[in-house]
Ligand binder design. Structure first.
Ligand code: TRP
Ligand code: SF4
Length: 400
């Protein structure tokens, strides 16, 4: 059976915090059981904005990978690697750049947004303009069809789809495509060939997208087909040429906005984080000193949880019964704030416990992490090389 391939990357920001865990990693951990997953450290992407901090990258990379492993990413399930260790990404980026309209890059929303946000940096660089194209190369080189990202990244996936379509349109026309596609249909066997033709006609004549999906599913479950035929048949459904690069779909990660210690979204730039493996004393201290509803000056003053960042954490960590206890206790001054905070402290520590435990062996023996990454890079590279071979060929760079 054909299994969807998932790919996602994260820039190396160093130690991760609970916001990353609830927002991204929990999702990756779930996906690694359902799909063939590739997760990588986007170190080149970090350089597009942090080119002036070369001495911190490496440490940030290793700290982050340890956090992935600590959180429960399993190297036996998912392939973990570092972008710059698979230089094929860069070659694909270069080759794609030949057919990338500059205006497409300029209109990606993050381009102007980030330039404004990081105004202390000069981001009028070639590398930063190409950020989304590098991301496209990351995705397309593995022919990944599912990309889990947050909403902010959705335009980059859309851009990637446009690039794949453009590439296939420009380079997917092989001589005698129709004949080769027809020959490939026959190889499906009588029953499947008939169904394929019906679905194709339905899509081409009536624009029936369900028929398109059904035809693709039919190909997905067909075995014993060469890669070339598979690509031809995918392209042929839509009438066009051979599909060399696969259009990915976004697997939108629901925006689990993890609240920070001050009630704003948890983020390093707000200085309101709890790191993934932060030690227990520090966690307790941070939560105990969290601000609460300012109306509760004295123990007997009633409060309103809606005005309190601690309540936001209860919403993440507490069950209904505990939430009722907070609501009632706070509004009636029946409980004190420290009392209210204790279950949150306990829940965070409980959540972190297995992470701290899993991290121990990697902290003791960094060579374990190095070898997980080395294996992952090797596996990723093989696939990347296959795609690149096809891309070079259709771009006239075969040199046999
Ligand atoms: N740009 C992404 C981010 O900032 C990271 C990233 C790089 C990525 N390449 C990718 C995510 C490919 C998904 C797929 O979060
Ligand atoms: Fe916040 Fe709890 Fe204190 Fe109410 S009792 S103000 S919810 S910490």
């Amino acid at each position: 059976m054909y299994i969807d391939r998932v790919l996602s990357g994260m820039r190396p920001t160093g130690s991760l915090h609970l916001g990353h865990y609830h927002g991204v990693l929990k999702n990756w951990i779930r996906l690694q059981h359902e799909y063939e997953c590739f997760f990588f450290v986007a170190d080149w992407h970090a350089l597009t904005t942090h080119y002036d901090e070369p001495d911190t990258i490496e440490q940030h990379v290793w700290d982050m990978v340890i956090d992935w492993l600590a959180a429960g990413i399993d190297p036996a399930q998912a392939t973990l690697f570092i972008q710059s260790r698979v230089p094929e990404h860069a070659e694909l980026h270069l080759l794609l750049s030949m057919i990338t309209p500059i205006s497409w890059l300029e209109r990606v929303p993050t381009y102007k947004d980030q330039q404004e946000k990081l105004s202390d940096k000069d981001l009028s660089t070639y590398g930063f303009l190409g950020y989304p194209l590098l991301q496209s190369a990351d995705i397309l080189i593995y022919r990944a069809n599912r990309v889990p990202v947050g909403e902010d990244q959705a335009p980059h996936i859309e851009f990637t789809r446009e690039m794949a379509r453009r590439f296939n349109h420009v380079f997917g026309r092989e001589p005698g495509f129709e004949n080769k596609a027809e020959a490939a249909v026959k190889k499906l066997g009588a029953r499947r060939a008939k169904l394929y033709r019906q679905l194709r006609t339905k899509y081409l004549e009536q624009g029936d997208v369900q028929a398109l999906a059904a035809a693709r599913a039919l190909l997905d479950e067909t075995q014993n087909m060469t890669l070339g035929d598979r690509e031809r048949l995918f392209g042929y459904i839509e009438g066009g040429g051979k599909v060399i690069l696969t259009e990915p779909r976004t697997l939108l990660t629901e925006a689990a906005k993890m609240p920070g210690l001050d009630g704003q979204k948890m983020s390093k730039s707000y200085n309101n984080t709890i790191s993934l493996r932060e030690n227990a004393d520090s966690v307790a201290k941070k939560i105990k000193t969290m601000p609460t509803d300012p109306a509760r000056v004295k123990r007997n003053d009633p409060g309103d949880p809606e005005k309190c960042p601690v309540w936001q954490l209860h919403r993440v960590y507490s069950d209904d019964q505990r939430k009722d206890w907070v609501q009632q206790g706070c509004r009636s001054a029946g409980i004190g704030c420290l009392e209210c905070k204790q279950p949150v402290i306990d829940a965070v520590l409980e959540e972190q416990k297995p992470m701290r435990e899993r991290a121990v062996k990697y902290l003791h023996d960094p060579s374990l992490v190095r070898s997980i990454i080395a294996d992952g890079c090797e596996r990723a590279r093989k696939l990347a090389q296959e795609t690149l071979r096809d891309v070079r060929e259709v771009m006239g760079l075969k040199y046999s």
